[in-house]
Ligand binder design. Sequence first.
Ligand SMILES: Cc1cc2nc3c(=O)[nH]c(=O)nc-3n(C[C@H](O)[C@H](O)[C@H](O)COP(=O)(O)OP(=O)(O)OC[C@H]3O[C@@H](n4cnc5c(N)ncnc54)[C@H](O)[C@@H]3O)c2cc1C
Length: 449
Amino acid sequence: VAAIRAAQLGAQVALIEERELGGTCLNRGCIPTKALLASANVYENLKEAERFGLTAKEIGLNWAKIYERKDQVVSQQTKGLGQLLKANKVEILNGRAQFSAPGTLMVTAPDGQKQEVKASKIIIATGSEAARPEFLKVDGVNIITSEEALNLKTQPQSLLIIGGGVVGCEFAGFFASLGTQVTMVEMLPQILPLEDPQVVRILAARFKKKGLTIYAGAKVEDIKVAEGQVISKLDNGQEIRTQKVLVSIGRKLNSDNCGLDKAGVAVENNAVVINKRMETNVPGHYAIGDVTGKILLAHTASSQGQVAAANALGGRQEMDYGLIPNCIYTWPEIASVGFSEDEAKNEGYEIKVGRFNFGANGKAQAIGETEGFVKIVAEAPSDEILGVQIVGPHATDLMAEAVLALKARVKARELGDLIHAHPTLSEAIMEAAHDVHGISIHKMPGLVK
Ligand SMILES: Cc1cc2nc3c(=O)[nH]c(=O)nc-3n(C[C@H](O)[C@H](O)[C@H](O)COP(=O)(O)OP(=O)(O)OC[C@H]3O[C@@H](n4cnc5c(N)ncnc54)[C@H](O)[C@@H]3O)c2cc1C
């Protein structure tokens, strides 16, 4: 993203990449996981065919084909990205970049050939990789990370997921939907610790329905592989035996693989230190994405990339981290932006809350996905929207309207009065906004906020 934006602004751009174009997101993150989840979703829908008056017999799954389809989606995207970069005249250098001095990099190609590259402006975007803490003994076969989970040749019969964050929950949904016996351990009191507890309760209930077991507030104390099984001991005394264990406890930032010290770029807690303009402490050197340790999401990285490119070419843009939507592609989907009810209270805001359940939304009923709700947190005196949480069908796509509302500082009453097409899931946003003032048309009076 940064390379294309810099090229659009007239710079001569080289992009150094040692693996595949598209980084984690395209090859080992956002896109492959969503392709796998799409297969699981179709499978779930087929099993529910009768509910829609249809007959689907002998519903089966072909693990290899599910993964093959995922690979095709990824390969289509990487090819497209290569073409896009070429069309924007971005020179791609395949190899590992290492700083030798500020403004100077040595690029080592896979065949060992070295090439020195000098640039007046450099954007560091080395990203992150799955954390593999020693005590969890990741071996890539029995005890794996998301990277190996995206390349499994056969379906595990049973799986323990360590870490109930976004990645853990998305994989939990995928494996459980296709029939793997899934157990999840989360150290904090709830899975998805950063999300509104009301929202998480809906997902946890759905997980339970799928047969998933969750141990929240528990830690893995010991782990070993024996007799072809992984035996994990929790600090609550529980012993869990599974075919595989997926470790998804966070990311290790790649701040140590390109010689940042040689350039004098400051790093703190493994993250490259940047200001709001993406500038590091070294003039002309910018950093973006996961390696900056801010909000580890692809759209954060993309937005930072556009800010950095603009600033490298004479602009003075600043990044606004308050407007970054957080999306979780489970069933039901979860999406949020801005403050949750608790966060707003902790920040000292006087708030009003509106809530509307998808159960009362015509479109949700028509498509048979009535679980979940939209919640809107508004500041009481000004009526300005401080945050929106959605759990339910297409929550991640619906979120764009909420982001716009926050960006444009729309008042709850204005959002409620905005005409929304009928029947659409987005009407739930309109109704939740009106509910802030207790005037939601389709909500039973007295229902919970
Ligand atoms: C399983 C999973 C699912 C995810 N799903 C989502 C999602 O749905 N939505 C979302 O927003 N985010 C998601 N993410 C997060 C998202 O993938 C990252 O936030 C995003 O990829 C960060 O982009 P980046 O450019 O900073 O780093 P990366 O994508 O990690 O890219 C860094 C690139 O730099 C290269 N590199 C590193 N060091 C060097 C070097 N010295 N020389 C040359 N090349 C180097 C690497 O090979 C890599 O290609 C997911 C992550 C995972 C793991």
